[in-house]
Structure formats: structure tokens, C-alpha cells
Design a protein around this ligand. Structure first.
Ligand SMILES: [Zn+2]
Length: 234
């Protein structure tokens, strides 16, 4: 019985995969190769075989969980971030007793996946305005593409830019420009502190395409987005 599980009930990686499997096809199967909606469950493995083209699809294929070896950690991090977390990656890595490099990957995938939980009406911040908080280097630290819809957005107020910069410095002792959007999402969720059900978190996760492989190629755009709505100046 895995109907609408809560995250606290999931204790093992196997149960995490069961939960992902159950939510992935909740609205029906869709073959990623030919878009056929008819498939058959594999008898022994967690796969669905497309009735039309025969492609076998796992519940994690083409999602942020693609190739994950720690699905339980992925779910825990989605939950932790969505509740609002002001811990650095190394603080979480110590709390979870998981090596920094491993935790870093899983945490950034979770942060970027949760971007879709924010309000659609986000403001933008030019990365140059955050430079005091951009003290770390990342491999391939170039700037990404400019968002096509920036024209319709407002620039975030100065006071929010200062608050974001302080968060980046105080919590992370600065971040890299390459991944600054991920840390801004953590800040945004920290301000929001909205509880989300496991189903909502997984729905958000399924909309993100950034799995471990894509994370290396990810680059924050030159202007990053933030939900200024929940920000109340102190
Ligand atoms: Zn197919």
C-alpha cells in the first residue's frame, strides 16, 4: 500500500523508489520515445514496457532521480529544502553523515528541482549585483544564457538583493556564480517555509530535467530569479 505516502514513512532506498514509481505514473504511462500511453509492467523489475515500440522505461528515467544511488537522500533533501533550510551544504553533510561531494550533488539537484515551487511572478537580480556573495569558483564558471522573458519581470528591490547577499555569505561563506540560482532557490524556500506533500515534491521533481549528469553543465543565467513576494524587510 503506497497510496499517498508521507515522507516520514519512507525508511529505505527501496521504499523511496516505490514512492517515485507510484507517483511517476499516477496520471498514466507515457512512453518517452514514442508518446504511446499504453504499457505493460515488467513482472520482476520496476519497468514499464511500451506496447507500441517496446521501450522499457524505469520510474526514474529522464527525471532528477535518473541514475541515483541514494533515492531516499534525494527525497529527504527535497523535503528539507521545501520546509525552509538555512544550513550550508557542509552543515547538512555533517548532519546526515554523508560525504560533502555526494551531498553537494544531491542537494543542488534538489534545490534546482524546487525552483518550480516558487511563484511564477519572480523578480530578477543581475548576478553582478550579488558579487559580494559570489566568492567561490566552480569548474566552468561561465555565465549561462539570458532568460527570454526577463523583459516582463521587475528587478528585485535593493533591500532584497542585500538580504540575499548576506544569506549567501553567512550561510555558505559565499557561493559560485555557476550555481547561484540553486542557492537563491534555497533562500526563497527558506523565506516561504511552506509544507509540501511528498506528491507535490515529486511532481516538482518530475518537471526538472537536471539529474546528476546535467548538473555539471548547468549554469545560472546572468540574471537570476527570486520570489520577492515572501520577503518582508526586517
Ligand atoms: Zn514507445
Amino acid at each position: 500500500m503506497i497510496e499517498r505516502l508521507q515522507i516520514e514513512e519512507i525508511k529505505t532506498d527501496e521504499e523511496a523508489i516505490d514512492a517515485i514509481d507510484s507517483e511517476r505514473w499516477r496520471h498514466g504511462f507515457l512512453c518517452p520515445r514514442c508518446q504511446c500511453i499504453k504499457g505493460y509492467r515488467h513482472k520482476n523489475r520496476k519497468l514499464i514496457e511500451c506496447a507500441q515500440c517496446g521501450k522499457q522505461t524505469s520510474p526514474t528515467a529522464n527525471t532528477i532521480f535518473h541514475g541515483t544511488r541514494k533515492p531516499l537522500l534525494d527525497l529527504k533533501l527535497l523535503d528539507l529544502m521545501s520546509r525552509g533550510c538555512n544550513l550550508s551544504t557542509s552543515a547538512i553533510s555533517k548532519a546526515y553523515k554523508i560525504g560533502y561531494a555526494t551531498l553537494w550533488y544531491h542537494a543542488n539537484i534538489a534545490r534546482l528541482a524546487l525552483r518550480v515551487l516558487g511563484l511564477v511572478q519572480r523578480s530578477f537580480i543581475d548576478c553582478d549585483s550579488l558579487r559580494r556573495g559570489l566568492t567561490k569558483q566552480a569548474k566552468g564558471d561561465e555565465v549561462g544564457e539570458r532568460q527570454p522573458d526577463l523583459f516582463f519581470r521587475e528587478e528585485a528591490p535593493e533591500i532584497l538583493i542585500t538580504a540575499v547577499t548576506n544569506f549567501l555569505i553567512l550561510v555558505f561563506t559565499g557561493v559560485s556564480r555557476k550555481y547561484v540560482q540553486a542557492y537563491l532557490t534555497q533562500y526563497e524556500l527558506f523565506l516561504n517555509q511552506q509544507p509540501h506533500s511528498l506528491a507535490e515534491l515529486l511532481e516538482a521533481a518530475f518537471r526538472s530535467r537536471i539529474c546528476r549528469r546535467e548538473l555539471r553543465n548547468y549554469r545560472s543565467p546572468p540574471a537570476v530569479l527570486i520570489d520577492a513576494h515572501s520577503f518582508v524587510p526586517a
